[in-house]
Design a protein around this ligand. Structure first.
Ligand code: MRU
Length: 355
């Protein structure tokens, strides 16, 4: 797989030989297998079944999906090709509702397509744009990782929830990018990963990639967070985000809110690490759809049913953490501190950062 990083860390997704190669995360941690997507429907399917997941990763996947659509198109004029791209855009956008990176990735590629008149130019430039986005993702993660690294001291124990690592991005990660950057700076730290029921991104993915990189990690049940915090076993919390509003409200994996509340109660700094592509400066909390996933994720562990038939199930995949619980938001432009509403504004004033 073409590696947009230095090859040291897992690469989750890459454009390769007119296709998109991605790690099949449904197979982890048992085996590291890849899926080759040949068209945008393959990509949509991979996103829906969580073969690829994590906000920045699905943003790049969707961008590459649109690029595949253009690459496969046999249209001979721009109008027809834009119609095809619009249909693919809608299919990809509908795969998951909460992470804004998905729309961000699609918009970037769609806007690129609009700039050219000839179909060959559209094809060429949307592919280049999607590949560039995958490379930029790694650069961004390394930048934000370095800013985050300054917040963590030698010898500290850092908790994370879900997976905001190489597997949730193209490579390196956001929250785990901070961890990797701390390690690269020579400080020694250890990580506590929550299991993250019901899909187990913490145990299946975070523990996997940290073990893969030789980073000290311990796994705990989600229900042990309060116990560890009360017993002073955690110094800092760093999580990722699926969408951050201008008010500083953070949408992230279900359970994040509980972790943030507990961190506040125990005076443990709670940080969010996310690129600017995760910010939604337009919508309000009530506009955002929290994805509800299949009840099967809750009633089964593997093949085994763990709840009686007939029980009512509620399975929201994300929750909202309010700004007063957050010590800082780590971005590629630096760490943003409260009050978020006024401190975030300058980041989005230049046209380059319009989201
Ligand atoms: O349902 P998932 O696995 O896509 O949820 C992922 C998360 O909630 C991550 O914490 C978030 O996308 C940040 S990834 C850098």
């Amino acid at each position: 797989m073409a590696k947009p990083n230095d090859g040291k860390y897992l690469t989750t997704i890459a454009w390769e030989n007119d296709g998109v190669k991605l790690i099949d995360q449904t197979k982890l941690p048992e085996s590291l297998e890849y899926i080759i997507c040949k068209n945008h429907l393959d990509i949509a399917d991979a996103i829906k079944k969580l073969a690829i997941r994590g906000a920045p990763a699905i943003g790049v996947a969707a961008a590459m999906g649109l690029a595949l659509c253009a690459n496969n198109s046999t249209c001979s004029n721009k109008v027809k090709m834009m119609e095809e791209l619009e249909l693919a855009y809608d299919v990809l956008l509908k795969t998951r509702p909460t992470a804004i990176n998905l729309k961000w990735g699609l918009d970037r590629v769609f806007e690129e397509a609009k700039k050219y008149d000839e179909v060959d130019d559209i094809r060429k430039h949307v592919i280049l744009q999607a590949i560039k986005m995958s490379h930029d993702d790694v650069t961004t993660n390394k930048l934000l990782g370095r800013f985050g690294s300054d917040l963590i001291n030698d010898g500290e124990v850092v908790m994370t929830h879900c997976n905001a690592g190489a597997l949730a991005t193209v490579s390196y990660g956001t929250a785990l990018g901070v961890i990797r950057s701390v390690m690269e700076s020579g400080k020694k730290i250890s990580v506590i990963a929550t299991e993250t029921r019901p899909v187990m991104q913490g145990s299946r993915l975070t523990a996997f990639e940290l073990v893969h990189d030789g980073i000290d990690v311990s796994l705990i049940p989600d229900t042990a967070v309060g116990y560890l915090m009360a017993n002073k076993m955690i110094d800092k919390v760093v999580v990722g985000a699926d969408r951050i509003l201008k008010s500083g409200h953070v949408f992230n994996k279900i359970g994040t809110y509980q972790v943030a509340l507990l961190a506040k109660a125990h005076n443990i700094p709670f940080y969010v690490a996310a690129p600017l592509s995760t910010f939604d400066m337009h919508n309000n909390e009530e506009d955002i759809v929290i994805e509800e996933r299949s009840v099967d994720e809750v009633v089964r562990i593997g093949e085994k049913r763990i709840a009686p038939t007939g029980v009512r199930i509620f399975n929201p995949a994300f929750d909202v953490t309010s700004p007063e619980l957050i010590a800082g938001i780590i971005t590629e432009k630096g760490v943003i501190y409260p009050p978020f509403e006024s401190n975030l504004k300058p980041l989005f004033e230049s046209t380059n950062n319009k989201v």
